[in-house]
Write a protein that binds this ligand. Structure first.
Ligand code: SAM
Length: 280
């Protein structure tokens, strides 16, 4: 097994006449050490089935194949999805361990195998919706490490009461415990992005409710953060008819109505949903 370096990535791109697409977030990792580090940080073992979103030219895919029992890679760009098995067959003795699916990750509903770990350098413009979608659709994913734009990483791992805390932090907390897992230099990418990157790791936890209650809780979260600077009684007034209606619900849930959404843990949003009417 040999991993891909800068020269091989450029050669592959040239052979495909690939002009990296900004809208698809195509910044390829050209440093194999960072790929090995991501796989190690994710704690991938030989019994894991890894799900990779956006394998691109295959740098991280090859590092994953070195350790995991199998890799399922979902790539939206048809040229890259077609090339990937060829690249893997040229560098790895068990190319049958890789399954490539040419699809938009946001539309994934099922997979041929149940993945246990998510490892991905996510396309930055859709990283939060992709992560939330995968956590929802694939409960077999128990852990993972994703590389995302630094600000997004801070938001995903944000704690209540900080300026980073917002919709991504609370919604991710429904599914998992999310933590920062280090910064990544711009120099490991081709082309170099004009934003910084960070790793975040997650470990799935038991969800605080069923699917119906998740939808209800997520609607409350969206309303609370849509008007971030407003007190909850006012931010939730559109959901509950008036600010006095919202205030009554908040008091019943044991939440101070003058707080802002950014002060509440996921458990407090669940407490509001538990006493709020369903029919709004
Ligand atoms: N994993 C590769 C690496 O580290 O070099 C490439 C990462 S690059 C940041 C993002 C990759 O995601 C690109 O290959 C891009 O084509 C792919 N991509 C973009 N949007 C996607 C989507 N909605 N679903 C699946 N793949 C997507």
């Amino acid at each position: 097994m040999s991993l891909l370096g800068a020269a091989q990535i450029r050669e592959l791109a040239a052979a495909l006449d690939l002009k990296p697409s900004k809208s698809l977030g195509q910044n390829f990792v050209i440093d194999s050490n960072i790929c090995t580090k991501i796989v190690r940080t994710a704690g991938v073992t030989s019994s894991d089935i890894a799900l990779e979103i956006g394998p691109g030219l295959g740098s991280l895919t090859l590092a994953l194949l070195q350790t995991a029992a199998a890799v399922v890679a979902v790539e939206i760009d048809q040229r890259l999805a077609t090339q990937l098995p060829i690249t893997v067959a040229a560098h790895f003795e068990h190319p049958e361990n890789l399954t490539v699916i040419n699809q938009d990750a946001l539309t994934l509903k099922d997979l041929p195998v149940q993945p246990t770990v998510l490892v991905a350098n996510l396309p930055y413009n859709v990283s939060v919706p992709v992560l939330l979608h995968l956590l929802e659709k694939f409960p077999s994913l128990r852990t993972g490490v994703v590389m995302v734009q630094a600000e997004v990483a801070d938001r995903l791992a944000g704690r209540p009461g900080t300026k980073e805390y917002g919709i991504p932090s609370v919604k991710a907390a429904w599914w998992a415990e999310v933590k920062g897992a280090g910064s990544v230099s711009r120099s490991v990418f081709w082309p170099a992005p004009n934003v910084d990157s960070k790793l975040v790791s997650f470990t799935r936890r038991e969800t605080p409710g069923d699917e119906a209650s998740r939808k209800k809780v997520f609607t409350i979260i969206d309303a609370a953060f849509a008007q971030r600077r407003k007190m909850l009684r006012s931010a939730l007034s559109s959901l509950y008819g008036s600010s006095s209606g919202a205030e009554a619900i908040l008091i019943r849930a044991g939440i101070d109505p003058t707080l802002r959404g950014e002060a509440l843990e996921i458990s407090s949003f669940c407490a509001i949903a538990a006493v709020a009417p369903d029919n709004y």
